[in-house]
Design a protein around this ligand. Structure first.
Ligand code: MG
Ligand code: MG
Length: 248
């Protein structure tokens, strides 16, 4: 895990995060019925490259694309390709980029046209869980205060949090220590200190929390095939509270 030591380092993390935030904002404008996930992926790669940055996922463990695009019951790590978005789908888009040796990582879940109310609620609960988690990213707190904020809020809303995939420290590498689970007991775990940077990423299922991997070796889906949402930000812990680095 990185410990940001000076203004220059935090500026570099901000710039890497901004590329990711801007990419997701650009993609938000493209999401509609008929667009393929491959088209979203190409647009993301073009934008990141134009910024002088490098897609963080491409080549990671052999991952073939710039984005993870996960539709409906797909939780994370969906592969972009020829699949067309359809009215009523929800799509999670996860994006990472390196700029000048520093990494940003963020995800959003977006509706495709009109969606069922329960899917809308799923998106709202997951997004709000991330906001509540980020509010815990303070120097007075411990790591699992973040985890607990997510779990308590999600379960209060009758949904479940994925156990097998978690958030992470981030800095010069995309995945650094510590792991940031989306479940846990408050008041536990390491103390949060100034300069820590975490990728906080609740994955919320409308049904049960169990997930499994498809035979493509990447796509993670819910076992009950009910929909799932995913939001993520890269967040720095500062003396002035949490700073979201991947905001537009
Ligand atoms: Mg991510
Ligand atoms: Mg991540």
């Amino acid at each position: 895990m990185i410990e940001l030591k000076n203004r220059e380092q935090i500026q570099l993390m901000r710039r890497a995060g901004a590329v990711v935030g801007e990419t997701l904002e650009m993609l938000r404008g493209m999401v509609r019925a008929g667009v393929t996930t491959g088209e979203l992926d190409q647009a993301a790669e073009d934008y990141i490259t134009k910024c002088g940055a490098k897609p963080a996922f491409k080549g990671y463990d052999g991952f073939p694309a710039t984005l993870c695009t996960s539709i409906n019951e797909e939780v994370v790590h969906g592969l972009p390709g020829a699949r067309k978005l359809r009215e009523g789908d929800i799509i999670s888009i996860d994006c990472g980029a390196y700029l000048n040796g520093y990494c940003g990582d963020a995800a959003v879940t977006l509706p495709v046209g009109d969606i069922e109310p329960e899917r809308q609620q799923l998106i709202e609960v997951c997004s709000q869980a991330l906001a509540l988690a980020i509010a815990q990213a303070e120097t007075t707190k411990r790591l699992f205060d973040i985890s607990s904020a997510i779990q308590v809020y999600v379960e209060k809303n009758g949904m479940s949090v994925v156990r097998e995939y978690v958030g992470h420290g981030i800095g010069r590498q995309m995945h650094e220590d510590p792991k940031v689970p989306n479940f846990g007991r408050p008041g536990r775990g390491p103390r949060l200190t100034r300069g820590m940077v975490l990728a906080i990423e609740p994955m919320v299922n409308l049904g049960g929390y169990q997930v499994e991997k498809l035979s493509d070796h990447w796509t993670v889906v819910t076992v009950d095939r009910r929909p799932s949402a995913h939001f993520e930000h890269t967040v720095a812990i500062t003396d002035n509270g949490p700073e979201i680095l991947t905001k537009v």
